[in-house]
Design a protein around this ligand. Structure first.
Ligand SMILES: Nc1nc2c(c(=O)[nH]1)N[C@@H](CN(C=O)c1ccc(C(=O)N[C@@H](CCC(=O)O)C(=O)O)cc1)CN2
Ligand SMILES: NCC(=O)N[C@@H]1O[C@H](COP(=O)([O-])[O-])[C@@H](O)[C@H]1O
Length: 222
């Protein structure tokens, strides 16, 4: 399966989130902006926005990890085998709130991305997700925040940073207002990054930092 036919794979956690990044990416695939497609969706909770949207679009939905409430979850080894069976090239996380196991990270080196709603390394790590991040940003007095897209390693939010966008924090912002402003930027940056990934424009510097080659000017990187 060539890269341009690469078929990103999607994780979404679905208690709180609406799967808006998933929808944004899927729509970009359908209109041809992203030279790839989402072929399977993995969720940690069956009954949520992202999983419902996936089923509406005829995409297979897999439960991972197993949990007490739902019997049909799969093991890490089975998850890797399932992704291989779908010929998945990349794994894309957005709002997935469980730790990705080492088995998957070893099976997909430099091929798993996550979007986090702050400028990592600030406001990242265990316990930092969703609205908790935006509340902490406001409470800190930070004047800027924004989404970070990073490669996933064995720990929460410590993988190599690939892209960030800056979003202002306004003096009277509520967490909800800030979250909405950041989410709009998330939708833009994630589609831009996956577009580059599927066009083989993500390269690794000698110091191990991943960078993106501009489509318009191949001599420019970000
Ligand atoms: N191996 C990795 N797995 C995951 C990563 C990662 O970088 N490496 N990113 C997260 C996404 N994330 C931040 O971007 C994140 C998600 C969840 C948590 C967290 O503290 N979760 C709670 C459980 C929450 C729940 O089940 O409702 C916890 O572990 O106690 C922190 C950061 C996805 N996986
Ligand atoms: N630390 C992980 C984390 O907080 N991820 C955040 O969950 C939301 C998912 O929204 P969506 O389901 O509408 O894409 C996004 O804001 C994403 O940055």
């Amino acid at each position: 399966m060539g890269l341009l036919q690469s078929l990103p794979f999607y994780f979404t956690k679905c208690i709180v989130w609406e799967g808006s990044n998933f929808r944004s990416i899927h729509e970009a695939c359908l209109r041809g902006s992203i030279h790839g497609d989402i072929v399977v969706v993995v969720t940690s909770k069956q009954g949520c926005g992202g999983a419902d949207y996936a089923r509406d679009k005829g995409l297979p939905v897999i439960l991972f990890p197993k949990n007490k409430l739902e019997a049909d979850g799969i093991s890490p080894a089975d998850l890797v085998a399932t992704l291989r069976s779908f010929e998945v090239d990349f794994v894309l996380l957005a709002g997935y709130l469980k730790l990705i196991p080492a088995e998957l990270i070893q099976a997909y080196p430099r091929s798993i991305l996550n979007i986090h709603p702050s400028l990592l390394p600030a406001f990242g790590g265990k316990g930092n997700y969703g609205m908790k991040v935006h509340k902490a940003v406001i409470a800190s007095g930070a004047r800027y925040t924004g989404p970070t897209i990073h490669f996933v390693d064995e720990h929460y939010d410590t993988g190599r940073i690939l892209a960030q966008r800056v979003v202002p924090v306004l003096a009277k912002d509520t967490a909800e207002e800030l979250a909405a402003r950041v989410l709009r930027e998330e939708h833009r940056i994630y589609v831009e990054v996956i577009t580059a990934l599927c066009e083989d424009r993500v390269i690794w510097r000698e110091d191990g930092v991943p960078i993106i080659r501009s489509k318009e000017n191949p001599n420019e990187y970000s």
